[in-house]
Design a binder for this molecule. Structure first.
Ligand code: GLA
Ligand code: ZN
Length: 655
């Protein structure tokens, strides 16, 4: 249904089949909490098919009928995230093989071979049994394909699939040998069967192979997801599907998977109230993930999971303080969520997650803080229904490309103890976010038209075609920011020969001379160049030394042998402008830097400077103002309590 914000939870009635009283009470409490949708049966396979081919779907029919009668819709799960013991026992090939080539035993979840024909067949059978029985039930509005896809398998079936994928991609072994530069250490392959996935006792040095293995894993996982999707659609062609994605998840290119689904979603478990982070920092970090997931399809998404209180798996699982569940739910909506759901509806009695927070806790009561706050959020989301479907204006884009990240982090270079890629991205994102600028994330397949500002942090792997897009973007009047360690390698991780940043030297008005790694805590002083609006600051992590060829310096290194060289520079190119940041600066650098850049370039969500902690986000005609601080705060004449939210529609306050 359009025109509403969905509110719900993972619902696992299969854990309560011996308690009809509890199942009945669930519906009563869901109504009180304003629940409109549940993700149903994510781990219910052994209740649905207790023995091979023996389907027991009646209990689920009852559950769905009862939800429907109560006006609650269903995001029906395919149960492939965890398989029954009988399946793992009878068909060993469905169990994953670790990188050291040891096959796993039965246990845990999300550890199946995505290639195994047997696994695919068994999944097809259960998915289609569900689709036949429930696919046209009026309650079913969405399909939740598996759960948190991830991991990799190194079995023989996967090795063969990897080789086939390589053959398809490169055409010949010769092409592979060239693309990976296998002449190095005499690794030249003379037969496809010699190619093996990376292993602790085997290949760990061939960057190109490791990069292609990561791409293959992402491809194969997406292929498995498509298999499930198509099994469902064979029975119900109009079925809508979603997958739940994860925080900073490295193993799947979510842009690739995102193309194959109808709705993107993610599971959000920020460590609120961590003593080493301000509340605002945690909020910005969470906002960054919301914006990344929004960007996966450039459309509203769902926050598929979060906890109404605490998790049970973090180092320390802190309870969300009063008001924080409202804050986090509304923050998701501000950044483009059309659905806010919990893990889970009712707290499990036993096993791994028995102490994970849920809307209904072990006491089964509704008169407690957590339930009351959950019910209040449900009521507010009903009130905010007009926000549903609203898009976010294109303003700034940060380039984030999974392949480029894998290549960057997979290379041995100036700082093997960690490049802090997310940290780098966060600095740019946090400044833009504090300025109330909308940020999308784009990969190297993206079209850049429509954006005013494009930021490319550590774009080590820069494809020729994307370099051309960055050039055209700037030429046509865009503002480009590129950092150190960009434009180094091509898409098979072969270094570009000649001047770098490859394809961008004239756009940036400079070329790279050297790059120096810094130890943790080691910094270099920078001072403003003449006439520069930027203030003196320090930098670290990596210090790149540039030869300016047209660019004007903004900051100069003031120490070490590269003293006097530009640490930041700007170049006019065509109708646009390109900035180079040659190092990672102290955090305080970024806000004034971007404030200057954004002046006159984009309309910020809030017209005035906001005090620390206040964050403003524009979503279509709505503006969300949130107090991401532990104490009351004000912006203009709007006063907000700690974690408070105000919402404006066309300038008029509606919350
Ligand atoms: C993940 C899973 C859920 C549950 C939660 C707990 O997001 O998808 O099944 O385990 O974590 O936080
Ligand atoms: Zn496998």
């Amino acid at each position: 249904m359009n025109g509403m914000l969905w509110y719900g939870a993972d619902y696992n009635p299969d854990q309560w089949l011996d308690r009809p009283d509890i199942l009945a009470r669930d519906i009563e409490l869901m109504k009180k909490a304003h629940i409109s949708v549940v993700s149903l049966g994510i781990f219910a396979w052994s209740a649905l098919e207790p023995a091979e081919g023996d389907y027991r779907l009646d209990w689920m029919q009852e559950v769905i009928d009862r939800l429907w009668a109560a006006g609650i819709r269903v995001d029906l799960a395919t149960p492939s995230g965890a398989r029954p013991a009988w399946l793992a026992q009878k068909y060993p090939e469905v169990r994953r093989v670790n990188p050291d080539r040891v096959r796993q035993l039965f246990g845990d979840r999300q550890n199946h071979c995505y290639t195994s024909p047997v696994y695919r067949e068994k999944v097809r059978a259960i998915d289609q049994a569900l689709a036949r029985r429930f696919g046209r039930h009026p309650a079913v509005v969405m399909w939740h394909i598996s759960n948190e896809f991830g991991g990799e398998c190194h079995c023989e079936l996967c090795q063969q699939a990897f080789r086939d994928w390589l053959r398809e991609k490169y055409g010949s072994l010769d092409a592979i040998n060239r693309a990976w530069n296998t002449a190095f250490w005499s690794h030249t392959y003379t037969d496809f069967s010699q190619i093996e996935s990376p292993a602790p006792q085997g290949e760990s040095a061939m960057n190109g192979l490791i990069l292609d293995w990561k791409r293959f894993v992402s491809h194969q996982t997406t292929d498995f997801m498509k298999w499930e999707r198509d099994c469902v659609r064979e029975i119900v062609p109009e079925a809508k599907v979603c997958v739940n994605m994860m925080y900073r998840f490295d193993m799947i290119d979510y842009f690739e998977m995102g193309r194959e689904i109808d709705l993107a979603s993610w599971d959000s478990y920020p460590t609120w109230h961590k003593p080493t982070q301000t509340f605002e920092e945690t909020a910005i970090d969470t906002a960054m993930m919301h914006d990344l997931i929004y960007s996966v399809k450039g459309q509203p998404f769902w926050q598929m999971e979060c906890t109404p209180s605490m998790t049970n798996w973090q180092g320390v699982s802190k309870v969300k303080k009063p008001g924080v569940n409202l804050f986090s739910g509304l923050q998701a909506v501000a950044h483009g969520a059309d659905g806010v759901l919990y893990f889970q509806w009712r707290q499990s009695r036993g096993a791994f997650e028995k102490f994970h927070g849920a809307v209904v806790a072990h006491d089964g009561r509704e008169d407690n803080r957590v339930f009351a706050e959950a019910a209040r959020l449900g009521a507010l989301l009903e009130q905010l229904a007009p926000v549903a479907g609203e898009r976010k204006e294109k303003q700034a884009a940060i380039v984030f490309d999974w392949s480029a990240k894998w290549a960057l982090e997979g290379s041995q270079g100036p700082r093997n103890k960690g490049l802090g890629y997310w940290e780098e991205i966060t600095r740019h994102y946090a400044a833009l976010s504090r300025l109330g600028v909308n940020v999308d994330f784009v990969n190297e397949d993206a079209e850049l038209s429509g954006y005013r500002l494009v930021v490319a942090p550590m774009l080590y792997m820069l494809r020729e075609d994307f370099a051309a897009k960055l050039r055209a973007f700037t030429q046509n009047g865009g503002t480009l920011v590129v950092t150190y360690w960009s434009g180094v390698a091509d898409d098979t991780d072969l270094c570009y020969l000649g001047d770098t940043p490859h394809g961008l030297c004239d756009v940036l008005g400079l070329r790279r001379l050297e790059i120096d790694g810094m130890y943790d805590g080691e910094t270099r002083r920078c001072i403003p160049a003449e006439g520069s609006p930027l203030a003196a600051c320090t930098c670290g992590t990596l210090c790149e030394v540039e030869a300016l060829e047209g660019a004007r310096p903004l900051l100069l290194y003031d120490e070490d042998f590269f003293k006097g060289h530009a640490a930041a520079a700007v170049n006019d190119f065509g109708a646009g402008r390109a900035y180079t940041l040659a190092s990672r600066f102290e955090e305080g650098f970024y806000l004034p830097f971007y404030r200057g850049i954004c002046e006159g370039l984009v309309t910020r969500a809030w017209p005035d400077e906001l005090p620390a902690g206040m964050l403003a986000v524009r979503r279509g005609r709505f503006i969300f103002l949130q107090n991401a601080a532990d104490t009351p705060n004000r912006a203009g004449d709007v006063e907000l309590p700690a974690y408070g939210t105000a919402v404006f529609e066309d300038g008029k306050r509606i919350l």
